[in-house]
Design a protein around this ligand. Structure first.
Ligand SMILES: Nc1nc2c(c(=O)[nH]1)N[C@H]1C(S)=C(S)[C@@H](COP(=O)(O)OP(=O)(O)OC[C@H]3O[C@@H](n4cnc5c(=O)[nH]c(N)nc54)[C@H](O)[C@@H]3O)O[C@H]1N2
Ligand SMILES: Nc1nc2c(c(=O)[nH]1)N[C@H]1C(S)=C(S)[C@@H](COP(=O)(O)OP(=O)(O)OC[C@H]3O[C@@H](n4cnc5c(=O)[nH]c(N)nc54)[C@H](O)[C@@H]3O)O[C@H]1N2
Ligand code: SF4
Ligand SMILES: [Mo]
Length: 750
């Protein structure tokens, strides 16, 4: 077979579902792309977006040399030795002057690349860094905070087997968030025995398939969810037996929900109370319910409270620990940044959740003369200037730092503000993986193999971090000599030497990923050295979940089982079932103090009770519209595709508006409007749609990237949403932004 017709297994990196792909490659290009039927999780499924993945792999703004900022503001190419020497010297100097904790880490992985972030922990330890953040701290930290208190774990929905599927502020038709989303949505929609409940202000593609579509008024979900809980309690649709066995404080929660004014709260949310009742009854009477919340409630007022109420919905009805409900799976390694943490941010004292500083307060932690302010940042696989609230202020923030180091594959809006840019090999040029949820009861894990050699001038993140650690003096060849020899001698000897040496040498334990890379990694096939870290993750999973791993058909005990698992990952780039659970194990994985689900979060109960007296917002004549700034559409993929030509339909990412509003503003389809908020103003084209309610307008996410155009210059197509958002509009508990609820004004342009 000639090389051109070989199908290679890999996966899609455009969203956290990470569907398996098969691709054919030719001269550095991805030329054919299809779903991978041998991937045990996605089983051949894909959406329309990966067809264009060659635009990620090859484009005009790929970085191919380390760059250093010149005094005049431009960049100059430097060689890697110079880059590593200067970056490590500069960061070391900042550590000497201000302390390592004044260097902040941002990013560490996007939708498909988490090995870089895992390896960066070595560099962070070598520099004495203590603080980090990433995009999760502008969406999921409120939910994490709630889950940690209620379960000490992160339950995941089983829609494939659910009788009732509930989506709250989530449009899985476009954004996915679970495997084979469209297949499952269609199946539920077609089956008269099953139902779908969608809570969304816009009649989305998912809402069109729903049996119960609650078209909530933007930002009022807390009222609607409280009303649904009210129905459950007031009509006694509660699973008392479940609550008796797995919780202990329902009697304290019950009177609060008993008092909820179901009709009043529904009306406040713009929903007919009978619809609220019907949806709650459907949940209460179903044999199985699975629920998924997402940005529509996480990036809106009461965001953390919303997450709490959403979880109460399925707990009070006992939909946990069974097929078709919510379950707790195994984990391979840790999702980046999920360290347990009660710390506060060093300047503003903001709550740090799962180890992450809220994204929205990063500028406040830097743009100040407070002695604890951050002085430098390493930004890896993240584009905060574009993706975090208030882009103008993010630019000012980066410019205020003494040193910004960016590790990315592309010249991004963020990289433009760096002092040093270190170009990374792309996700198809190195071994890579993701630690996003792998499924339940079967957990599928996929370790991709490189499809291409690294683009000349680039290095993989494991190599970059290893070189930085060496330059910082964190290890020498002599330190690693014994482990290197053990790695050559075979897996058993390596496993023994590794445990012994890391126990004796805390300095090496601190940079464990790099130690593995330089020892075990060097014995792996070329391009796969970075997989070495998964050896440790495999050993850890085999030790902590031996039964579940063996149930997946992997053989051995102790370190031998870990080795079998690791070998399976290397041998099966299409993905491997790494553990298989019985549903009841979900209860054992609850990690609260008494092992029961905690129903009470006092701070949030106070916020819930305060809804009763929350004033209805008055009309805002300056900014009468509610803008959802960042909607997932079939042609958005965060900022992973930078080349705007990948969008054939709706190339400019139109602003969506209802027919009534369009008429009032005086704009017709394809016409232009000026959209302004308290933060900024920009012009864009409009799309008129009856899926939106009056007063609600939406802009896509990921638009407005700076890219070379056909005239040899550079241009920006579409609206970069965060030119319009403000960092102070955020949740009081988790600091998550209210991007779905930006007050705005529109004027027609001629
Ligand atoms: N096509 C595509 N898919 C993606 C991505 C992408 O860029 N493009 N990005 C991925 C990422 S990083 C994420 S986090 C997920 C996000 O996935 P989603 O959260 O599903 O995406 P959004 O479209 O941002 O928001 C979801 C819904 O919230 C609704 N909404 C707005 N305001 C409110 C409100 O006040 N209440 C309620 N109940 N709903 C509201 C919107 O109408 C929208 O339908 O998508 C992932 N998948
Ligand atoms: N207003 C508004 N803002 C939003 C949202 C919204 O709905 N509204 N959505 C938010 C959400 S949910 C998210 S998740 C964020 C996403 O925003 P970010 O986390 O900032 O980033 P991504 O666009 O996913 O891309 C991450 C970066 O990784 C780089 N990259 C790709 N592959 C590699 C690699 O192999 N190595 C390295 N080192 N870099 C690589 C890409 O070039 C890109 O710069 O945006 C958020 N911003
Ligand atoms: S659902 Fe997500 S991972 Fe799957 S093909 Fe579409 S964009 Fe890629
Ligand atoms: Mo996200």
């Amino acid at each position: 077979m000639s090389k051109e017709t070989v199908w290679h297994s890999t996966n899609c990196i455009l969203c956290s579902t990470n569907c398996g792909l098969q691709v054919q490659i030719q001269e550095g290009h991805l030329v054919k792309i299809r779903g991978d039927k041998s991937n045990p999780r996605s089983r051949g499924y894909t959406c329309e977006k990966p067809a264009q993945l060659d635009r990620y792999q090859n484009h005009a703004d790929r970085l191919t040399s380390p760059l250093r900022r010149r005094p005049d503001g431009g960049f100059e190419e430097i060689d890697w030795d110079t880059a590593i020497t200067e970056v490590s010297a500069k960061l070391h100097e900042i550590r000497q002057k201000h302390g390592g904790e004044k260097i902040m880490y941002y990013g560490g992985g996007g939708q498909g690349n988490h090995l870089g972030g895992a390896y960066s922990s070595a560099t962070r330890r070598a520099l004495g860094m203590r603080y980090q953040s990433n995009a999760l701290a502008q969406e999921k930290t409120g939910e994490f905070w709630v889950e940690r208190q209620m379960f000490g774990a992160r339950p995941e929905p089983d829609f494939e087997n659910a009788e009732v599927a509930v989506f709250i502020g989530k449009n899985p038709w476009h954004s996915h968030g679970f495997e084979r989303a469209r297949v499952t949505l269609r199946e539920i929609s077609k089956d008269p025995q099953r139902s779908m409940i969608v809570i969304d202000p816009r009649r989305t593609e998912t809402a069109d398939l729903a049996d119960h579509f609650l078209q909530v008024r933007p930002g009022t979900d807390a009222f609607l969810l409280a009303a649904m809980l009210g129905v459950l309690v007031q009509e006694d649709l509660i699973d008392h037996d479940f609550l008796d066995r797995h919780t202990s404080t329902f009697r304290d929660l019950q009177p609060i929900l008993q008092e909820v004014d179901v009709a009043g709260y529904s009306q406040r949310a713009g929903v007919d109370p009978e619809q609220t009742r019907a949806a709650a009854r459907r949940m209460g009477r179903a044999a199985s319910v699975a629920v998924l919340e997402d940005l529509g409630i996480e990036m809106a007022p009461h965001s953390t409270l919303n997450s709490y109420l959403e979880k109460l919905l399925y707990v009070l009805t006992g939909h946990f620990g069974r097929p078709g409900t919510m379950n707790v799976g195994t984990h391979m390694g840790k999702l980046i940044g999920t360290g347990s943490d009660n710390r506060r941010s060093p300047v503003g004292g903001h709550r740090i959740i799962t180890g992450l500083i809220p994204c929205n307060v990063i500028p406040d932690e830097i743009l100040t003369d407070h002695p604890n302010r951050f002085r430098a940042m390493i930004i890896e696989s993240g584009n905060p200037v574009h993706s975090l609230a208030d882009s103008p202020r993010m630019r000012e923030t980066l410019d205020a730092l003494e040193c910004v180091v960016v590790i990315d594959v592309a010249m991004t809006e963020t990289a433009r503000h760096a002092d040093y840019i270190l170009p990374a090999a792309s996700q198809y040029e190195k071994t890579e993986t993701t630690f996003f949820g792998g499924g339940f009861p079967e957990h599928v894990f996929q370790l991709r193999q490189p499809l291409f050699d690294s683009m000349p001038g680039t290095l993989t993140e494991p190599e970059i971090h290893s070189r930085l650690c060496r330059a910082l003096g964190a290890y020498t060849d002599a330190d690693l000599a014994e482990l290197k020899a053990a790695a050559q001698a075979g897996p058993e000897l390596f496993a023994m030497a590794f445990s012994r040496i890391l126990a004796e040498r805390p300095d090496l334990a601190a940079i464990m990923p790099v130690v593995l890379y330089e020892t075990l990694g060097r014995t792996l096939p070329a391009g796969q050295e970075g997989a070495a870290l998964l050896w440790a993750a495999s050993q850890q999973l085999a030790a902590s979940e031996e039964e579940a791993v063996r149930q997946a058909g992997l053989e051995g005990t102790g370190a031998a089982l870990g080795q079998t698992l690791f070998d399976a990952l290397l041998e099966h780039p299409e993905g491997v079932v790494i553990s298989k659970d019985l549903h009841a194990v979900s209860f054992e994985r609850i990690q609260t103090e008494d092992g029961r689900i905690q129903l009470l979060i006092p701070e949030l109960l106070e916020e819930l009770q305060a809804l009763a007296t929350e004033p209805t917002p008055g009309r805002d004549d300056t900014f009468p519209f509610i803008l959802a700034a960042g909607e997932r559409r079939s042609n958005t993929a965060n900022t992973i595709y930078r080349d705007p030509d990948w969008r054939r339909k709706d190339p400019n990412g139109a602003l969506r508006i209802s027919p009534q509003d369009a008429e009032r503003v005086g704009v017709t389809a394809g016409g232009r409007v000026r959209i302004s908020t308290k933060r900024g103003a920009l012009e864009t084209v409009v799309e008129i749609t009856d899926t939106l309610q009056e007063g609600h307008i939406t802009l896509p996410n990921g638009l407005g990237l700076d890219f070379p155009d056909k005239n040899g210059g550079r241009s920006v197509r579409g609206v970069p949403p965060n030119e319009l958002t403000s960092s102070e509009d955020r949740d009081p508990w988790a600091g998550t932004p209210w991007h779905k609820h930006v007050r705005a004004q529109l004027e027609a342009c001629d």
